[in-house]
Write a protein that binds this ligand. Structure first.
Ligand SMILES: Cc1cc2nc3c(=O)[nH]c(=O)nc-3n(C[C@H](O)[C@H](O)[C@H](O)COP(=O)(O)O)c2cc1C
Length: 219
């Protein structure tokens, strides 16, 4: 099935957070532009389009970020009780160097001026918009057999410094982006026993939150 034929439901079903399945090939610029075009077509509050994309391919920058994330992984591991630390140990949390391309997605809350239509009482709608751009990119990548891995084990100030973000521009994600030969069927965190998903029926409520889910569970 070509990317054009993959239905949106199939792309949603196949999408995975990718860490270990990058082929080592670097995504070509044409495909990358299609993914960024998809991201840039996302809905945004007040049509503010508050996102930017910093494409990082310098091996030295990828290495430096990977080293920082490795330090953050150690710090998180140290915060865990022994049994959780043992479960966490085999889980890979990034593919920064292997993917060959990082996209730092940033957010500018001042984009769109002082009166952003729709953001007056819910300021988070700005960041929600940037996250929707990420999801568009992630699904488009899946349709192209390109893997995406979202890395959030970082100190935002260190990432800001690494890619030269000016004051007021907030880093939202580091995305590892690169070709894969397959996607895992089951999310890594489930495969490694860290946390499984909950059934949809437990997330659906009727009329009032918590009163009555389809699963009969109280949460
Ligand atoms: C906001 C956000 C931050 C995430 N940060 C990380 C991360 O730092 N490292 C990692 O390995 N996965 C990260 N993930 C991926 C999740 O672990 C993953 O989406 C989840 O386990 C479900 O798996 P799936 O995406 O393959 O369905 C992140 C996902 C989101 C949405």
């Amino acid at each position: 099935m070509s990317a054009d034929q993959l239905s949106v439901y199939e792309a949603i079903r196949q999408r995975r957070d990718v860490r270990a399945e990058f082929t080592g090939e670097v995504i070509d610029d044409e495909t990358l532009m299609r993914l960024l075009t998809a991201a840039h077509q996302a809905p945004s509050v007040g049509n503010s389009q508050p996102w930017d994309f910093v494409i990082v391919r310098e091996p030295d920058t990828l290495r430096r970020f990977a080293d920082h994330v490795a330090d953050m992984r150690v710090a998180f591991r140290e915060s865990l009780p022994a049994d959780r630390a043992a479960t966490f140990d085999p889980i890979k949390i990034e593919g920064i160097v292997e993917s060959g391309t990082g996209i730092v997605v940033t957010h500018d809350d001042s984009r769109g001026g002082p009166q952003v239509l729709g953001r007056a009482s819910v300021p988070e709608t700005g960041v929600y918009s940037t996250v929707l751009a990420i999801q568009n990119l992630w699904l488009a990548a899946t349709a192209e057999q390109v893997g995406v891995g979202w890395v959030s084990f970082y100190d935002p100030e260190i990432l800001r410094e690494l890619v030269g973000l000016p004051a007021g521009i907030k880093p939202i994600a580091w995305l590892c982006v690169g070709p894969v030969d397959h996607f895992q069927e089951v999310p890594d965190l489930e495969r490694f026993g860290w946390r499984s998903g909950r059934p949809l029926a437990a997330a659906i409520h009727h009329e009032r939150f918590g009163a009555n889910t389809d699963s009969g569970e109280p949460n």
